[in-house]
Each structure stands twice: as structure tokens, then as C-alpha cells.
Design a protein. Structure first.
Length: 106
């Protein structure tokens, strides 16, 4: 896929070839205030092609998440809380699969 210049960040001043980010350290801090390493940033924003074992683990997480979602859908009354429960379950599956893909202990 050919590289396409990012127009929106440049127009808004978020990305400029003329000047580097003024406070890169502040932009790289986690919610706990710790500075993320360049390796951590690279790992978080790089595609991780799964090994066959990881593919199986990803599928297992999705299957188990789906089973819980089916149970919640049957067991809980339709409500805002049910919607939140299912949304958080989706989030849990996403983070579990990210942990499998990234393969790094935090």
C-alpha cells in the first residue's frame, strides 16, 4: 500500500515536519505518570502477526466471551446496566487479545 501523507494532523498543527513535538515526554506518559519507553510505544502500535498457538488463544478468548455474552443476554433484563455489562465484556475480550498479541508482561 503506498504511503499517503497525513493531511488532517498537518492542517491542525498536530504533525509538522518543520518542528518536532515540543514536549514528547509529556505526550508519552501513561495514566500512572510513568514515561513509556520507545519500545513500549512501538509494541503498542505495531501489528503483531499471530502464531498458530496465538490464533488458537485468540479464538478461545472470543469463544468464551461470546458464551458469557449469550448468558448475560438471556439472564439479564434489558437495561442500561446490561448494555454496560456487554460493552465491558467486549472490552475485556479486546484487552485479553491484545495481551496475547503483544506478548509482553507489564
Amino acid at each position: 500500500m503506498p504511503t499517503k501523507e497525513l493531511e488532517w494532523p498537518r492542517k491542525t498543527g498536530l504533525l509538522s515536519t518543520a518542528s518536532p513535538v515540543k514536549d514528547a515526554a509529556a505526550l508519552s506518559r501513561t495514566s500512572r505518570g510513568a514515561l513509556m519507553s520507545p519500545e513500549d510505544i512501538e509494541n503498542r502500535f505495531t501489528y503483531h502477526a499471530p502464531s498458530p498457538m496465538q490464533e488458537e488463544a485468540h479464538q478461545c478468548v472470543r469463544d468464551m466471551g461470546k458464551a458469557v455474552a449469550v448468558f448475560l443476554n438471556i439472564a439479564l433484563p434489558d437495561s442500561r446496566e446490561k448494555s454496560f455489562a456487554v460493552t465491558k465484556l467486549e472490552e475485556t475480550v479486546m484487552w485479553a487479545n491484545a495481551a496475547i498479541a503483544r506478548g509482553v508482561d507489564d
